[in-house]
Design a protein around this ligand. Sequence first.
Ligand code: F6P
Length: 328
Amino acid sequence: MAKEIRTIGVMTSGGDAPGMNAAIRAVARACAYYNVKCIGFYRGYQGMIEGDYCIMNARSVRNIISRGGTILKSARSKEFRTPEGRQKAANHLKEAGVDAMVLIGGDGTFKGGEIFSKEFDIPVIGVPGTIDNDIAGTNFTIGYDTALNTVIGAIDKIRDTASSHDRLFFIEVMGRDAGFIALNTGVGAGAEEILIPEEDLGLDRLLESLKRSKRSGKSSSIVVVSEGDKIGKNVYELADYVTENLQDYEVKVTVLGHMQRGGSPTCFDRTLASRLCVKAVELLLDGEKNVMVGILNNQIVASSFDKGLKEVHEINKELLRISDILST
Ligand code: F6P
């Protein structure tokens, strides 16, 4: 028989994402609703290792739904990768009376959670929170929609100056291993080219496409580059390469960087975080363990950690074709 859950712990781990506060709020409020004690651990696994936590009630999470970042802070803990680190974390959970954990983060968070849960028989539920949207088992991760809107706002602004000066801009966006942000904002902002890790289009094609752009009467261009792009050059090297090979372009580079992770979450991310985390608490109370929650076809579903970790969230390459047609 599954053990009774009287106290649920929650933490945020890995790269922060807008909507993590809405997620923490939903865990704390769902716990209050179901009469379960809620404990928030600071800095992800590191807070569990150090016993750095606070007791959360419905009022501790007032007015955070609209705030970016995470009030519980986030970290990537090296110590948690060691058996000694995980033992310390398990001891602190026991001391605090924590029966189960909600882990909000990306694939690194889930990997750690799966090992930890098996080693110490502590039920955990993963909630996908990362701007990269690179987790299988969910159509969307918390923070992705906000990041898309932040990026598109930035690209629109850059387009203004690009067109005033007849320039070519390479804009690097986040996505270490995945091109979701680049591909969707590239289409949404009408970029002339989009470079993503999932598809190496090659340098020749890039030059050809930029030449075609010029011939068709365009005076400015935007190329959106995912930071994990596999073309073999970073964004500065790409800009140098194009400058050397296409003298008629004045080339500039903008790296959007960590501003993509900040800001007030969109309505979509707040609602997603709320739905996922209520479900996470309810699953734990129903005796479910070691799964991640996700949204598939607008339904909140649970799937095995293995799915999130081993399968690839396929990018919609059809968007590359759409981009090609529309950048004519
Ligand atoms: O949040 C995911 C992500 O944005 C990746 O796309 C990026 O490579 C990484 O985080 C960088 O994060 P940090 O600077 O915290 O290591």
